[in-house]
Design a protein around this ligand. Sequence first.
Ligand SMILES: [Zn+2]
Length: 481
Amino acid sequence: MTDFGRSHFFGGSPLNRLSWLRNSPVFLTLALESPRTKWVIFNDGKPLLTVPAPTSSATYSRTVSLPKPRTKPALTLLPTAAVLPLLGPAPYFAQGQNQGSVIPADLITTEHNGKGKFLESARIHGPTIVFLGTLESHDDSWLDRPASDYSKALETPESIIGDPYFALDVTGTDPEVLKDVLKQEIEGYGGVREEFGDALRVGLTLDPVEVAIFSEGRTMIDWNSRMKFCPSCGSKIYSLWGGWKLSCSSLLPWADNSGKKPCPTARGLHNVMHPRTDAVVAMAVLDETGEKILLGRNKRSRLPPGFYSTLSGFLEPSESFEEAVAREIWEESGIHVTDVRYHSCQPWPFPANLMIGCFAIADSSQKIRTDLDNELEDVRWFTRDEATHTSSRCSRVVIHMISNASGPGKKDPPSQGTSTREDTAQTHPNSKSDHSSSNKDRAVTLRVPGKQIIGGVLIEKWAHRQLDELGYAFALGRPQV
Ligand SMILES: [Zn+2]
């Protein structure tokens, strides 16, 4: 797995995406036909899983190449031979006007008055296919091959380096055909069943390699499935580049555009649609000493008692990371921050986000208010006394919660020790009297996101004092200026 030191769950895919080869139908077709090829199947956004039966010793899919035995669902990886009935007729790429036809060579070679780029690996018929990349061993190397002259270097499926991975959307497939394919695939492999599982729930429980492949596939299948018509002229759209670009069908050489104005996407740099990624800033706000953290509880989510997380919000057009962090924190909590610093980011395939993790500094004596955008049920400062975490989905950090009801200008009280009652809910039984009379902090167990979620990672970094690399004065032992 790729690891740049700050790789997160859903990221760190081991696949070589080979993006410069996607425009070649020769490459994509050979990759599809490779005996080593593996398919990740999605139905209405749900991934196909191989689920061991409770009593099974997990002798399951012949195509799953992950450590065994396992007792939890695994991503089902089918060979091309198994999914052929689901793909529609060949050719699978460089498809012509009618199903089963090929784009005439002269249209490509002459670029059809500059429109050849609208035909690159075109897939106009059949279900959505996305080329995800190849999984290569240490001995595999594309560096031994010509980078661009692949048409000569790649003559057979065996000449493809590594295991090609594709994603396939079977949402519109005849259920009987799909049922038959899955039945044949698992025949003879007792003790397992194949099912389409809830993407978010399953995604958080897959192992890191599977989940990174799942993440890429789900985001790309989702994008392809949502985009059906050209946003400029309303014509149908079709797939290019192995599912990585979409184009307006009015640009096809055989399109009948009589009576229509030319599609605006025919000109300039906006002639294809690229996969969407929506950036979200997720930020841990610390006080000047680095000892307190500002966390919020969302109003709309059905969260377990005591569950708080970092604040977050969508990056808006013409806004920097730092500006988005400052705006979102103020809108959600009324707190003004300074000194925003980037930490790391996480792909989030529900459906297509990039979570940008940042830290920021604020004066904790500022008044907290949630009535500006009314997104959060509660926002509070928490102070660190002792922090622990587990590998469970909801790690538990034992810290002291300080009431934010003390109003502006009041200094928070000192810590009074640590609660170890992990089953404690949002407030301590004594919190009422503490809250109303002496403004003492209340010992509680707080639930925060696990390490699968970047907010949980940021909180953990803070809890374990692992912020030196950000250069904050408090982390380096200097007074905060
Ligand atoms: Zn159009």
